[in-house]
Design a protein around this ligand. Structure first.
Ligand code: NI
Length: 396
C-alpha cells in the first residue's frame, strides 16, 4: 500500500531531512538573496536524478516528477526558502553562521521537508499516476512576495496544476499533529505610512503653531472607526499602528509626525473600501485641524483561501496518515502569507505542521530570536507532503 511505503521512506530519510534542515538553518539568506540556498536545492534535486529543473524568479526552482500517465493530473507542492533579519539567540550546534540572519520562520524546515518529499515521490513514481510540480520560491517574507514573481515567471502554467499544497511550521501545535482549515484562513496585509505635517515651534505658544502631535493623536483614534463602525462584524479586520514618531521635546512641537501601521482583513471588496475610508477619515481630520497629510497605503499579500473541497480531501488523507486525533481544525489566523497568490489562481491547501515540544523547551513563536522546531516534525513534514500529493493525484 502506497501510504505504508511513504511512511517507511519518511522514517528512513528522517535523519537526512534533519541534516538538510540543519545545513539550511546554519546558512540562512535574506529574501531575494537566496543564492547559496538555491544552489544547494538544485544540487539536491539533481542528485535525486530529477531532470526537469527550471530556474524561476532568479533564486527559485521549478521541478517536475512524472509518474505513470503524467498528463492525468498535476499537483504542485511549494516551499519557501528565505530567512529573516534576526540575530539568533539559540545555542545549538546548527546555529546561524550568517550574523544577523536567521531562519526564524521555519522556511528551512519547509525546504528540507519538500526535498524529502521529492526524494520519496521520485522513488515511488512508478506507483502513482500524474505529475508532481515542485516549487521552491524565494522572498516569502518581503513584499511583493516571491510567489508573485514565481507566478509571473510561469510556474502555474505548462502544465497547469489542478491544485497546490503548502505547509508551514506552527509552534503552537504540538509535534506529531497538523492543522487544516477549509475556506478563509489568513489575512491580506497592507502597510500604512502616514506623515502629518504641521508647523512646529515652542510648545508654550501653541496659538502660533499647527500641532502635528495632536492631529496625529486624533487620527490614530479616529481611524479605529474603520474597524469598529465601517467594517461588517462578519468580516475580521485589524488595524494596528506600531510606530509613531514625533521628534519634539517637552517644550518643542515638531514639524511633523510619522505613523506606521498595518491593515488586515479577509475580503477584497471590503479591503478596497477600507482603504478609501481610511484616507477619507485622515484627510477629514487634517482638514478640520489644519496641517497637511501624506498617506501611503502599500498593498501587501491578498487573503489566503483554502479550497474547501481540496482541503477536506487533504484533511481526510492526513487523518488516514496520522490518525484522527492528530489532525486539528485551525482558526482564522490574521498573519499574511504569500502562498495566497497561488491560491488566487488555482485551488490551494495551506496547512500547519506542529513543531512545539514543551518538554524540550521548544515554545517560542515564529519571528523571534529563540524560535526553533522539534525536528521530529520533519518526518511528517516530508512524508505527509508526499502522501497528500499522491492522494490528491488519485482523486479524479
Ligand atoms: Ni513563514
Amino acid at each position: 500500500m502506497l501510504k505504508e511505503k511513504i511512511k517507511s521512506l519518511a522514517k528512513a530519510y528522517k535523519e537526512e531531512v534533519i541534516a538538510t534542515r540543519r545545513h539550511l538553518h546554519k546558512n540562512p539568506e535574506l529574501s531575494y538573496q537566496e543564492f547559496k540556498t538555491a544552489a544547494f536545492v538544485k544540487e539536491r534535486l539533481e542528485n535525486l536524478g530529477i531532470t526537469h529543473i527550471e530556474q524561476k524568479a532568479t533564486t527559485g526552482w521549478l521541478a517536475l516528477i512524472e509518474g505513470k500517465n503524467p498528463g492525468k493530473k498535476v499537483i504542485a507542492l511549494r516551499a519557501d526558502m528565505d530567512a529573516l533579519p534576526i540575530i539568533e539567540a539559540n545555542d545549538v550546534p546548527y546555529k546561524s553562521q550568517n550574523p544577523g540572519v536567521m531562519h526564524a520562520c521555519g522556511h528551512d524546515a519547509h525546504t528540507a521537508s519538500l526535498l524529502g518529499a521529492a526524494k520519496i515521490l521520485n522513488e515511488l513514481k512508478d506507483h502513482f499516476e500524474g505529475t508532481i510540480k515542485l516549487i521552491f520560491q524565494p522572498g516569502e517574507e518581503v513584499a511583493p512576495g516571491g510567489a508573485s514573481f514565481m507566478i509571473k515567471d510561469g510556474v502555474l502554467e505548462n502544465p497547469r496544476p489542478q491544485g497546490i499544497i503548502g505547509q508551514h511550521v506552527m509552534p503552537f501545535i504540538p509535534v506529531g499533529k497538523v492543522g487544516f482549515r477549509q475556506g478563509l484562513y489568513m489575512a491580506s496585509a497592507d502597510e500604512l505610512y502616514i506623515t502629518v505635517k504641521g508647523k512646529g515651534g515652542h510648545a508654550a505658544m501653541p496659538e502660533s503653531l499647527i500641532d502635528p502631535v495632536l492631529i496625529a493623536s486624533h487620527m490614530i483614534v479616529a481611524l479605529q472607526q474603520v474597524v469598529s463602525r465601517a467594517a461588517s462584524p462578519k468580516i475580521p479586520s485589524v488595524l494596528s499602528f506600531g510606530r509613531v514618531e514625533a521628534l519634539g521635546a517637552t517644550n518643542v512641537i515638531p514639524n511633523e509626525v510619522k505613523i506606521q501601521g498595518t491593515f488586515r482583513t479577509l475580503n477584497e471588496d471590503w479591503r478596497a473600501k477600507a482603504h478609501q475610508k481610511m484616507l477619507q477619515i485622515a484627510h477629514g481630520i487634517v482638514e478640520g485641524m489644519g496641517g497637511e497629510l501624506d498617506f501611503e497605503i502599500r498593498k501587501g499579500y491578498p487573503f489566503l483561501q483554502n479550497d474547501p473541497e481540496m482541503t477536506a480531501r487533504a484533511t481526510e488523507a492526513a487523518k488516514a496518515y496520522l490518525g484522527e486525533e492528530n489532525v486539528l481544525d485551525l482558526d482564522i489566523w490574521m498573519a499574511a502569507e504569500d502562498f495566497a497568490y497561488y491560491s488566487q489562481v488555482i485551488d490551494g491547501c495551506f496547512y500547519r505542521l506542529g513543531t512545539r515540544n514543551e518538554a524540550k523547551g521548544i515554545i517560542s513563536g515564529v519571528h523571534t530570536p529563540t524560535f526553533d522546531i522539534d525536528e521530529d516534525a520533519l518526518e511528517i513534514g516530508a512524508g505527509l507532503m508526499a502522501w497528500l500529493a499522491v492522494s490528491e493525484l488519485e482523486k479524479a
